[in-house]
Design a protein around this ligand. Sequence first.
Ligand code: KDG
Length: 312
Amino acid sequence: MPDFDIVALGEPLIEFNQTRPGHPEFLQGYGGDTSNAIIAAARQGARCAYLTRVGADVFGEQLMQLWREENVDTTGVMIDPHAHTGLYFVQHGPDGHVFSYMRHGSAASHMNPEDLRHGMVERAAFLHVSGISLAISASACDTVFAAIERARAAGGQVCLDSNLRLRLWPVDRARAILREAMCMADVFLPSMDDMRHFTGHADPAGTLDWIRDAGANGIIVLKLGRDGAVLDDGRQRHFVPGMVVDAIDATGAGDCFAGTLMARRAQGDDWRTAVRYANAAAALSTRGYGAVQPLPTPAQVQAFLQDSHPAG
Ligand code: KDG
């Protein structure tokens, strides 16, 4: 049995989240898509570890402290004395949230395949990576592909979240690299919003056809935001509706979905049950400010599933 259910690899960030629209008032928290996902999974009771680099600075120390408190193993986290920990601001406007980043040259962007020498990837049932892990630098991109090779060689499953950030890389490079990675993934988690940039389709069926034709042959869960998700297991497609909540801040909801989904799979749920559960967790994660603080516990998700109504 592997030592970990999930090992995630990517860039953690310090978050400053605006708490009063239109006012310069920000709450300090934590972000970074793969870090959010691994914490979401750990809160659900999965055995988790994270792989990254942080700066030798106060923010790096805070992140290390956070992971320890959240029961995320940090053996594979390196402290880089030559680079800073990245950060971002979230502002809330009429069209949803707007991110402003200060991450160029961050410690995580200096990751390279040598950083995998601890052998953590080989000890996990799932390796979780994302479009952001691939985009932050060429050496981080190489590290992701090296980790994928290691996971596959050790019999682990690879989970890839599309998380497309076009401020990090040009669309043609993003399309080419994500396509390559998606064909190696056992579980691909694209969002409708991301896939619009690649596929030319605005509907889930056309988008899923495009992804299959492009060579993805694992499980695909297409995320539709508050509307839910479509599970494509290679034989059938199932629409799993989202849950209705009064959302305050959707930052990190997709990451919560990813982490919770893997945690529930590791705990033995079938795919449909795991997607329904992850939909509920993601909805709950939008009821507070920040990517990490509102991530739900199992008790919260179970209670919500018992007395809530699907969207639509
Ligand atoms: O999904 C939420 C993330 O986008 C946020 O935490 C910041 O990782 C981040 C990014 O690069 O956008």
